[in-house]
Design a protein around this ligand. Structure first.
Ligand code: C2O
Ligand code: CU
Length: 464
C-alpha cells in the first residue's frame, strides 16, 4: 500500500517559468500583526527533487496556523507582496460581511504593495481555514492558504492535537516548479485541477511518532483545488467530532471512510490501537491500493487501556434552523462541463451556445447563468429560513460552498443533517439544504472546485 517516492511523477507537466516577482515595497507602519503574502522557495517534493517556488502567507505553504479563542477577535494586516492583486477569505466563519474577503463583492482586491486590515470576531469554535479569494485557482494552488483554529473554552481531553492540511500540488518533477496552466480548459471542463504530489501540511510522507493508547485530536482540512480525499484509519480507532467546524451532537464512530471535498473539514478524536513497535495510518482509500496520508510510528505506551467514548464537543451558539414555519424555497440547477449536454446559457448578458462558451473558456451554468451575476440569485430578509434544492445535472461532483452562514441538509425523512458550509454533491444528485439567513450582507455561493468557480459556477445571495 506504500506510495513510492517516484509516484508523483506519474503525471508530469510542462515546465513553465514562473512570473517575475515584483520587488517588495515598504509598508506603512501598522498596529496589527501582519500576514504577508509573498513568494518563497520551499522543499515540497521529496529529497532529491528541486525546491518549488510558492506563494505563501509568511512565505510558507500552508501559511501559519492562526489560533483564536472562541468569541475572540482576529486582527491581521494583510500585506500583499505578490505580483498580483489578492484578498483573504476566512472560510466557514460567521463573519462580518465587510471582512469576507471577496473582491468585487465585499472589498476591492488588494493590489501588489498594498494592504488591508482584517478585523473580526469569531463566534464559533472549530476548524476553519483562510485562503486567497482572488484568482484562487492560481493563488490557492500556489500555496495561499492556512488553518484557522477557533478554540473551545473547554477543550476535549486529548493527549495532543494535530492540524493536517491536505493538499495536492501540481509540480513538474524535472524543475520542481508549478506549471502556469491555471486556466487549462481541460481542468475547467472536467473534474478540476488535480495535483501529482499529495502533501500533509506541506510535507511529503508526513510521519510522526505516537504511543499506543494515546488519544489524538486530528483537525483535517481539504485545501486542494479539486481533489476529493477519501480517508480511512488503520491502527487508529475513533470518532468524527465535528464537520466544517461545527460539532456533531454526538461523536460518530469512524468505522468506514471519511470523505472530504475541497473546502471541507473534519475534527476527529482517535486512539492509537496499533501495537507498540507497529505502524498506524491515516490513509487515502480512493487510490488503487490505498496510500498513506500520515504515518504514525507507535513507540511506547501512553496508558494500559484505551479511554472511553469522548464527550461531544460543546455546540456553537445560536444556529437554529426551524423548518416548521415559513420558508423561502429556492432552486439551483447546475449544468455544463464535459459530457454535460449544456446547449446554451446566459453569459455577459447574452444567450450564447456551448461552443462560444467553450471558446471563452467558460463551461458551467447555475440556473442558466454563467459566472457571477450582477444581481443576487435571491434577496432574503434577515432571519428568513431558506430551503435550497440543488440539482447536479453534470457529469462531475461539485463542492458547493455558501459564505457567511452554515446550512443543514434536509434529509429524505425531513430530518436535518449536520451543519456544514460545503456540500459535496455527486453527479446527477439532487439535494436540499436549509439555512437561516441570519447574517446580513452579500454572500457567495460557489463550487469549491476552483477551476469550476472560475468557469461559471459562482452566484450570490443578499441578506438585507
Ligand atoms: Cu473557501 Cu468562496 O471559498
Ligand atoms: Cu464544481
Amino acid at each position: 500500500m506504500m506510495q513510492t517516492r517516484r509516484h508523483f511523477m506519474a503525471s508530469s507537466a510542462a515546465a513553465t517559468a514562473l512570473l517575475g516577482f515584483l520587488p517588495r515595497q515598504a509598508m506603512a507602519t501598522v498596529s496589527f500583526e501582519t500576514l504577508e503574502a509573498m513568494s518563497a522557495s520551499v522543499q515540497l517534493a521529496p529529497d532529491g527533487y528541486p525546491a518549488t517556488d510558492i506563494w505563501g502567507y509568511g512565505g510558507t505553504a500552508p501559511g501559519p496556523i492562526l489560533r483564536v479563542a472562541q468569541g475572540g477577535r482576529l486582527q491581521r494586516r494583510f500585506v500583499n507582496s505578490l505580483p498580483q492583486a489578492s484578498s483573504i477569505h476566512w472560510h466557514g466563519i460567521r463573519i462580518d460581511n465587510a471582512m469576507d474577503g471577496v473582491p468585487g463583492l465585499t472589498q476591492a482586491a488588494v493590489e501588489p504593495g498594498d494592504g488591508f486590515d482584517y478585523d473580526f470576531t469569531l463566534p464559533d469554535a472549530g476548524t476553519y481555514w483562510y485562503h486567497s479569494h482572488n484568482r484562487s485557482t492560481e493563488q490557492v494552488a500556489r500555496g495561499l492558504h492556512g488553518a484557522l483554529i477557533v478554540e473551545e473554552g473547554t477543550p476535549p481531553d486529548v493527549d495532543r492535537e494535530e492540524v493536517f492540511v491536505l493538499d495536492d500540488w501540481l509540480i513538474d518533477p524535472e524543475t520542481g516548479q508549478i506549471p502556469d496552466d491555471f486556466e487549462s480548459p481541460h481542468a475547467r471542463s472536467h473534474a478540476g485541477r488535480m495535483g501529482n504530489l499529495i502533501l500533509t501540511s506541506g510535507i511529503f510522507d508526513k510521519t510522526m511518532t505516537v504511543q499506543r493508547n494515546e488519544r489524538l485530536r486530528l483537525r483535517l482540512i481539504n485545501a486542494a483545488n479539486a481533489r476529493i480525499f477519501v480517508l480511512g484509519l488503520i491502527g487508529l480507532e475513533g470518532w468524527t467530532m465535528a464537520l466544517d467546524g461545527m460539532p456533531l451532537p454526538a461523536p460518530e464512530p469512524l468505522d468506514e471512510v471519511l470523505v472530504l471535498g475541497p473546502g471541507q473539514r473534519a475534527d476527529l478524536i482517535v486512539d492509537v490501537t496499533a501495537e507498540e513497535g507497529g505502524t498506524a495510518y491515516l490513509a487515502r482509500a480512493n487510490e488503487a491500493r490505498g496510500a498513506p496520508q500520515v504515518t504514525f510510528q507507535v513507540r511506547g505506551q501512553a496508558s494500559l487501556a484505551r479511554r472511553g467514548v469522548p464527550d461531544a464537543l460543546p455546540p456553537n451558539p445560536g444556529h437554529v434552523i426551524d423548518l416548521s414555519g415559513d420558508s423561502v424555497n429556492l432552486t439551483l440547477n447546475m449544468e455544463g462541463g464535459a459530457m454535460g449536454g449544456l446547449r446554451e446559457a446566459m453569459f455577459n448578458g447574452e444567450q450564447v451556445g456551448f461552443r462560444e462558451l467553450a471558446q471563452a473558456n467558460q463551461f458551467w451554468a447555475f440556473n442558466g447563468m454563467v459566472g457571477m451575476p450582477d444581481s443576487p440569485m435571491a434577496t432574503l430578509d434577515r432571519g428568513q429560513i431558506v430551503r435550497l434544492t440543488i440539482s447536479n445535472d453534470t457529469a462531475f461532483p461539485h463542492a458547493m460552498h455558501l459564505h457567511g452562514m452554515h446550512f443543514r441538509e434536509v434529509l429524505t425523512d425531513n430530518t436535518l443533517g449536520p451543519m456544514r458550509d460545503t456540500l459535496l454533491m455527486d453527479s446527477s444528485e439532487r439535494r436540499e439544504i436549509a439555512f437561516a439567513a441570519d447574517n446580513p450582507g452579500d454572500w457567495l455561493l460557489h463550487c469549491h472546485m476552483l477551476s469550476h468557480a472560475a468557469s461559471g459556477m459562482m452566484t450570490w445571495v443578499r441578506v438585507t
